[in-house]
Design a protein around this ligand. Sequence first.
Ligand code: WTA
Length: 635
Amino acid sequence: MTDDAFNVGQSEWYHPTDEIIQNAHIPDYEALYQEAMQDVEAFWGQRAEVLDWFQKWDKVLDTSEAPFYKWFVGAKTNIAHNAIDRHTKTWRRNKLALIWEGEPGDKRTFSYHALWREVNKFANVLKSMGVRKGDRVTIYMGRIPELLMAMVACAKIGAVHSVVYGGFSEQALADRIADAQSRVIVTCDGSWLRGNIVNLKQVVDEAVHRSPVVESVIVVKRTGQDIHMEPGRDYWFHDLMNLPIASPYCETEVMDAEDPLFILYTSGTTGKPKGVLHTHGGYQLYTSTTLEWVFDLKDDDRWWCAADPGWITGHSYIVYGPLILGATSFMYEGAPTHPYPDRWWKMVEEYALTVLYTAPTAIRGLMRFGDAWPSRRDLSSLRLLGSVGEPINPEAWRWYHKVIGKERCPIMDTWWQTETGGFIITPMPSVSLKPGSATRPFPGLEVDVVDEEGNSCAPGVDGYLVIKKPWPSMLRTVYGDPDRYVDQYWSKYAKQGWYFAGDSARKDEDGYIWVIGRVDDVIKVSGYRLGTAEVESGLVSHPAVAEAAVIGVPDEVKGSVIYAYCILVTGFEGNDALVDTLKAHVRHEVGPIAIPAKIEFVDKLPKTRSGKIMRRVLKARAMGLPEGDLSTLES
Ligand code: WTA
């Protein structure tokens, strides 16, 4: 968010129509917020009644080991029961759960009953491969229905899934497999992107080579090109699903509300990615409640969350949230501009999609192609729009509102994180909007912008974003590293017991929150969360690079792009050919999303006397800004 955006946007109101308010699940946000805050535990306890539990809880929230909070203590449940099983006992068994389109144009649909059968069959396949309650399964796939099935099948048998986004490569995947100690991987031969095949299986082969803990690899045939299948280790998904062991009946494991559901690796301030851990009970409640109230999902909706299931947005709002609500979701495999820039709008028209939820970077990317592409398509089915992943600049907001939403569709700008599991700062359709602000906290959440000491910042003053009360879908720990959990999120405001989000923000006179961006070494490239450390270690793993420093620099479309500064090993020459080599190397090791937009060779990096790289100085130099206080700079 820029100062300009704040100054203009602050008084630029967009009010909902009476019709929208009347039809909304929550017609009066303010009243509900006040009610929830009077007794937050009672609020969540009451709402939890809409889900099925095998056994009710003894206590909604246990704070005795804070910050290791426990929700719905003593309750027995399984998110797969609420997401799939229970719908097959109602009229929804024949409702569409998923409509899917592949990039080449192939289509598949699944009713709740059909999805339930596939999930059960695959759950039995996993069991036959020796996967038991608590075991970790790594999933590395394109955006295809089997990805969703594999996730829910893991949950059903009590296994913990660790989905790795298909845009990561060898080393990133190998590190995540090793950290989770997954013995089974589910993948596909490839996936379609911009008319090309992404060779996912090849990446898996190399990653498994680097992390030999893997015993079995299950491969979905998607693209059909020739791939290597390692005898005794690799199995085709379709072969396994045709065996008698793949019976469509699989008992759903009875889980404790606090049993782990998944690990999702995300970038932090330093070092290797953290395995953010979420559990069955609180997560199922929070994702479904937030989705229902914020996007006002009803049975006749066709919901499209255009994220990737490999990120938290997909976990919560492609897979679990919509399934728990019994909603119909749409999922698309490929690129928004393939073969033409109207691909998304064509699909909205063709499937009569009613809600679209995407990232500012996608909106800005499509906006570049002009109004003609969306204008030639009938977008009248849309009634609501959403944004996530980074601050949305007011120009993109207005374009989205006018050209896509035809000034009829309110935009839900949702601020949240992998760690929060669901929307934290977000409007609802009945709330008045300002372009660029995620508005106010969700009921039951207390959010503030504070200074170093924890004093609440006055309107217009930048500070740190904190969450002052626990919420049901909060991360429970960093997998295998509880100290890091405490240190990263709970140490800055340990005295007050607040969650430190790692973002800076500003409130306005109306109490609306304007998120500015990360205050740590996390870079959001096209909405994807990357750590400087990951890209740097990718660079230094090349023999030519002695040391590397990476920064995020603002970009009109992508939000941020990566600039890298490298010190070379003596004897290597910093030329254009080496720039290309290093870009290819980063693509191969970390993934295409981590490729630096610019690589510069330097003799020296600005460092503090204690040897810490001063990224602030690099950033100021890159942007031609004053370098600020250099008193701690090493001479
Ligand atoms: C940023 C994505 C401004 C923020 C769900 C946060 C946002 C990080 C917004 C988490 C938004 C997410 N406005 N910034 N609406 N949504 N962010 O874990 O910096 O991939 O800390 O989760 O994205 O990224 P993550």
